[in-house]
Design a protein around this ligand. Structure first.
Ligand code: IPM
Ligand code: MG
Length: 358
């Protein structure tokens, strides 16, 4: 049966990096005789410019119909001043929420070839392999009421952090299952000493542990977890947490690898339909220059094949090709060091395709 991938390049460097991932997709379609069709849709600021909406109905419909979505990045200074509901970020948030993409997997893996790119000492990060499981459709990102109102002659801003037991259990299950196929260690991150919503979070996650006797479950307050991530990150295997803490900790974990430009992510629903995007943003400062690193997007395509299309063999081949290219010393500017060959976005994509075919 034909699988349908919707490509959503977005803004900033999005179109450039997604173009390289599409090259890789075309190559594996040929090599592995994959029956995949692709379509494209606007999202973010570029959709706002055309439709006056960062997630127009036509894009949402295509996203609903697709088996998986390959996403670039959204946002940029051009759209910072428009009304809040029309900002590019709202397009992505609505897409996550409309498709029920509640499970966000963000691996932080240190490629051995890039060990020197980390700002931490090599012995602290070498061999690093953490998976952050971030709840993506609840918590303070979506809680009501929210807004900015007038009170006693001044403006007051407010948001609501809210999780139901079923929301916590559903993300907990994903995290426990992933821990089972990895190092069997799960850390749940909360702020249960202050926030009731995370007191409940901790209680529900704890109540699930009996179903997974092989998994070693532990808990940390978010401030301590942020500190431990830079002190001794290799103590972690799988980390599960809510939307806001996950947003922050996943950027921190990404930077441990020295190269946020390398890190993919998956956002999955209950049936493993997913949206796949690089962890980095739209980097408007370098957009259009052909120097952005396309590897996080190429690795996002690899996750797409692994999780939504169940083709681990193809995913492995792409990941091996990326390692080959790094091994050969090719680097985009963000990960370049002395003695390596600096290449642009397209040259990096071409090199991955060549490595796949050789
Ligand atoms: C991320 C981003 C988004 C988020 C923004 C762009 C809305 O930071 O995917 O981590 O906060 O979730
Ligand atoms: Mg973020």
């Amino acid at each position: 049966m034909t699988k349908n991938i919707l490509v959503m390049p977005g803004d900033g460097i999005g179109p450039e990096i997604v173009a390289e991932a599409v090259k890789v997709l075309e190559a594996v379609k040929q090599t592995f005789s994959l029956d995949i069709s692709t379509d494209e849709a606007l999202v973010g600021g570029s959709a706002y410019d055309v439709h006056g909406d960062p997630l127009p109905e036509v894009s949402l419909e295509k996203a609903r119909a697709a088996d998986a979505i390959l996403f670039g990045s959204i946002g940029g200074p051009k759209w910072d001043a428009i009304e809040r509901d029309k900002r590019p970020e709202r397009g992505l948030l609505r897409l996550r929420s409309s498709l029920n993409l509640f499970a966000n997997l963000r691996p932080a893996i240190l490629f051995p070839q890039l060990a020197s790119a980390s700002s931490l000492k090599p012995e602290i990060v070498s061999g690093l392999d953490i998976l952050i499981v971030r709840e993506l459709t609840g918590g303070i990102y979506f809680g009501q009421p929210r807004g900015i109102r007038e009170e006693n002659g001044e403006r007051v801003g407010f948001n609501t952090d809210v999780y139901s037991e079923s929301e916590i259990r559903r993300i907990g299950r994903v995290a426990f299952e992933l821990a089972m196929v990895r190092g069997k260690k799960l850390l749940s991150v909360d702020k249960a000493n202050v926030l009731e919503v995370t007191e409940l979070w901790k209680e529900v996650i704890t109540s699930m542990a009996a179903e997974y006797p092989e998994v070693q479950l532990s808990h940390m307050y978010v401030d301590n977890a942020a500190m431990q991530l830079v002190r001794a990150p290799k103590q972690f295997d799988v980390i599960v947490t809510g939307n806001l803490f996950g947003d922050i900790l996943s950027d921190e974990a990404a930077m441990l690898t020295g190269s946020i430009g390398m890190l993919p992510s998956a956002s999955l629903d209950e049936n493993r339909k997913g949206l796949y995007e690089p962890c980095h943003g739209s980097a408007p400062d370098i957009a259009g220059q052909g120097i952005a690193n396309p590897l996080a997007t190429i690795l996002s395509l690899s996750m797409l094949l692994r999780y939504s299309l169940e083709r681990a063999d193809v995913a492995d081949a792409i990941e091996k090709a990326v390692e080959r290219v790094l091994e050969d010393g090719l680097r985009t500017a963000d990960i370049w060091t002395d003695g390596c060959r600096k290449v642009g976005t397209a040259e990096m994509g071409d090199a991955v395709v060549a490595a796949l075919k050789s």
